[in-house]
Write a protein that binds this ligand. Structure first.
Ligand code: GLN
Length: 339
């Protein structure tokens, strides 16, 4: 009797092992260091001479950035790094900062607050659309269009705008695991070119949607867009989200685990503006772009891909960054919907 149940236990364990084996093989296979390294290198070689797209020029300083910059960094949730190209070249973070400010709003006020005050729906319209606000009765729709981002900034709890900026900057630094440099030239240029954002903030204020003074919030938002990042920084920032809110390099928790899927959901819905649907169709992956040429993609629970390359398509998304990221996702079988 005793012997029989021992054999039974052995058989059950064997069956479990057989059932789990394909899963394990697939996981480690897809994420083996050699395979990731090869995919990153191939993506770099394949697209390094692709000069399609054009730098943003509605902010003068962005037009002057070297369009040849091209860096790719994959950072896994346990902090391994695989890179190719200009991984030390910095561009201004621009709209990718919106992810981290929305994260801070959730950390301070919860996910429900973000959804109810700002929203979690796509607008289907350009990122700086004023019409989108009017069509949605004063709602910004989501924190990744300019309206929702300026609104997020305004809702960061602080005693004044200087402290608000400090909290936003410290939060981005915690995601990156280092003090990110501030790009004074981009800030000066943008603060003179941001009349449209001022109008957006004033309109939201007229609808009673702002948490602090609209013009002050626009200035803080412009500052947060002027922080410099490399592809390596974007990789680490994204890996923090892939690692459920804990920076894999510093070990610091920067966002409550429960809020990470909420943030990723908004990235999937609206991360690449009015082209977010096509992006999701191609990759299945939450991502966020910026007009500085950065693109940050998260493969939940696994890794992040940070790419920097300034020339943009007509939606304002980096051409080479999208191509390189799609290549890596396909090559490594990382589409979350195909797991
Ligand atoms: N700072 C830019 C703006 O407000 C950010 C836009 C973007 O990256 N899409 O227009």
């Amino acid at each position: 009797m005793k012997r029989r149940s021992f054999m039974g236990l052995l058989t059950a364990l064997f069956a479990l092992w057989v059932a789990a084996a394909p899963l394990q093989a697939r996981d480690t296979g897809a994420l083996s260091a050699a395979k990731i390294r090869q995919a990153v290198q191939e993506a770099y070689e394949k697209f390094k001479n692709d000069d399609s797209g054009k730098n943003a020029d509605y902010i003068q300083a962005l037009a002057k950035v070297d369009p040849k910059i091209f860096g790719i960094s994959v950072v896994t949730r346990d902090g391994r790094v695989f890179e190719a190209g200009d991984t030390k070249a910095a561009v201004s973070i621009q709209s990718i900062s919106k992810v981290f400010t929305a994260s801070l709003v959730m950390r301070q006020h919860g996910a429900k607050f973000l959804q109810e005050k700002i929203g979690a729906n796509a607008t289907g319209l350009p990122f700086n659309s004023i019409m989108a606000i009017e069509l949605h009765h004063g709602s910004a729709s989501n924190p990744f269009v300019n309206a929702g981002a300026i609104q997020s900034t305004s809702w960061v709890s602080a005693s004044d705008s200087a402290e608000r900026w400090l909290k936003i900057k410290n939060n981005m630094d915690a995601y990156a695991g280092r003090k990110l440099p501030f790009n004074g030239e981009v800030y000066k240029s943008e603060v003179n070119d941001n009349k449209r954002n001022q109008a957006i903030a004033k309109l939201l204020d007229a609808y009673g949607r702002m948490g602090s003074d609209p013009l002050e919030a626009t200035t803080v938002y412009t500052k947060q867009c002027s922080v410099n990042v490399t592809s390596h920084d974007l990789g680490v920032m994204g890996a923090t989200l892939a690692n459920h809110g804990v920076n894999p390099v510093t070990g610091e928790r920067v966002l409550q685990e429960a809020y990470v899927p909420r943030l990723l959901a908004v990235m999937a819905t609206a991360g690449l503006y009015d082209n977010a649907g096509d992006w999701l169709f191609a990759t299945g992956a939450p991502a966020k772009s910026g007009v500085g040429g950065g693109l940050l993609t998260v493969i939940p629970g696994k890794l992040a891909i940070g790419v920097v390359s300034p020339p943009l398509d007509k939606y304002g998304n980096s051409v080479r960054a999208q191509k390189a990221t799609i290549y890596i996702i396909e090559k490594l079988g990382l589409n979350p919907y195909a797991q």
